[in-house]
Design a protein around this ligand. Structure first.
Ligand SMILES: *Cc1c(COP(=O)(O)O)cnc(C)c1O
Length: 394
């Protein structure tokens, strides 16, 4: 035995937490105690929810609940094993088939979440001899997927296709494979990536493309299939997304060519070594995938609310970051001002969180709209913003 260790080996955690507090970066979840569509009960009061990804209100649709309940009755609550052992259900295959048809790809593979899909697909496509080029504002799960892959990772400035082209021009030839990765609508900003240009560059430089459609599925495109449908892009790219936003369930997926999906089933660690999606989640998502293309009025209602908020915010002279879908970000100043505005809104019955570093480079109030918000709720939001902003000035 050497010297006796007397110090607490976990003491550094408290020190680190204190540093997080000092920087104003401390975060903690706030529980919702009940939901009635966009109205939720938090901290004992009823507030209007402007932070949900439930863009079409499907998470409270009785048809999804019914499908989930029926699946539990038939298959039970858990999948009981990984898909390659005991956990495969025909429900999974029906959902994968429906997603592939909707997205216009040959096949599809489900994952436990969108995060796990990105951790699973990227290291399967690239490794140490390869290059990944990413938009600097890509979702954290894409970043983690690239880190796990061991590939060389370069970021280009947000949406800057000239910067992407010069990176490709300078570096592409030195690597075996190349993968271009982008959100379609950026989750913490709300704007769309220039996907047409990106796909053309990928073709020119022989790069693979992975597009994260998390915030576009159900929201953009004629049938709600996402940004690729919106732009009319038909060249085959790898599309991933989540079942947990507009589709009202939980889980992730990757859609692409038959060989790619077959390869993922044989190589992707976050698919092979984990339990299959629960029957209830898969059944609810399958019902949502049937509903979304056939009820365009839901999307139309969401877009009416987006227009209403866009016009109202323009009249308020508040700085709104560029946006192309249901996410609006208000830039109102530093961490403290942004937090005070969020608090002011809460006191006026509106839940709109402050998003701050390190999640994003600059603090902002992030609002997301749902088809189930009424025009009166948007008016209430606008009035709340106007009042809270003027209270901040005093
Ligand atoms: C939400 C999100 C994910 C993760 O999806 P989950 O199913 O919630 O894990 C991935 N990418 C983007 C862009 C997202 O917004």
């Amino acid at each position: 035995m050497g010297q006796t260790q007397t110090s607490n080996p976990y003491a550094w955690i408290g020190d680190d937490l204190a540093a997080i507090h000092r920087a104003g970066w401390y975060r903690s979840p706030r529980a919702v105690c009940a939901t009635r569509g966009p109205e939720v009960i938090m901290d004992g009061r009823t507030v209007l929810q402007f932070a949900s990804n439930d863009y079409l209100g499907l998470s409270r649709d009785p048809r999804l609940a019914e499908a989930a309940t029926a699946a539990i009755a038939e298959f039970g609550t858990g999948a009981t094993g990984s898909r390659l052992t005991s956990g495969d259900r025909d429900l999974h295959h029906r959902l994968e088939g429906a997603l592939a048809r909707w997205k216009g790809t040959e096949d599809c593979l489900l994952f436990g979440s969108g995060y796990l899909a990105n951790l699973g697909v990227i290291p399967t496509l690239v490794g140490q001899r390869d290059l990944v080029l990413s938009d600097q504002y890509n979702h954290a799960s894409l970043r983690s997927g690239v880190e796990l892959s061991g590939a060389t990772h370069r970021y280009y400035a947000h949406g800057d296709m000239e910067a992407l082209e010069s990176l490709l021009d300078r570096e592409r030839a030195e690597y075996r494979r190349c993968l271009l990765v982008s959100d379609s609508v950026f989750s913490m900003d709300g704007d769309l990536a220039p996907l047409g240009r990106l796909v053309a560059l990928a073709e020119h430089y022989s790069g693979m493309v992975l597009i994260d459609e998390a915030h576009c599925t159900g929201v953009l495109g004629g049938s709600g299939a996402g940004a690729l449908e919106h732009w009319g892009i038909t060249v085959p790219v790898i599309q991933m997304g989540t079942l947990s936003k507009a589709l009202g369930s939980v889980g992730g997926y990757v859609c692409g060519g038959a060989e790619l999906i077959d390869y993922l089933r044989n190589r992707s660690r976050t698919w092979i070594y984990t339990t299959g999606n629960t029957p209830a989640d898969a059944a609810a998502a399958l019902r949502a995938v049937e509903i979304v293309p056939t009820e365009p009025e839901r999307r139309a209602r969401l877009w009416q609310r987006i227009e209403q908020l866009r016009r109202g915010l323009a009249a308020l002279e508040v700085t709104v970051l560029p946006h192309d879908a249901g996410i609006f970000c208000l830039a109102v100043g530093d961490i403290e001002t942004t937090a005070r505005l969020s608090q002011g809104l809460f006191e006026r019955g509106i839940f709109a969180p402050a998003i701050r570093p390190p999640t994003v480079p600059t603090s902002r109030i992030r609002l997301s709209l749902m088809a189930t918000h009424t025009p009166e709720m948007i008016d209430q939001l606008l009035a709340g913003i106007a009042e809270s902003l003027s209270a901040l000035m005093d």
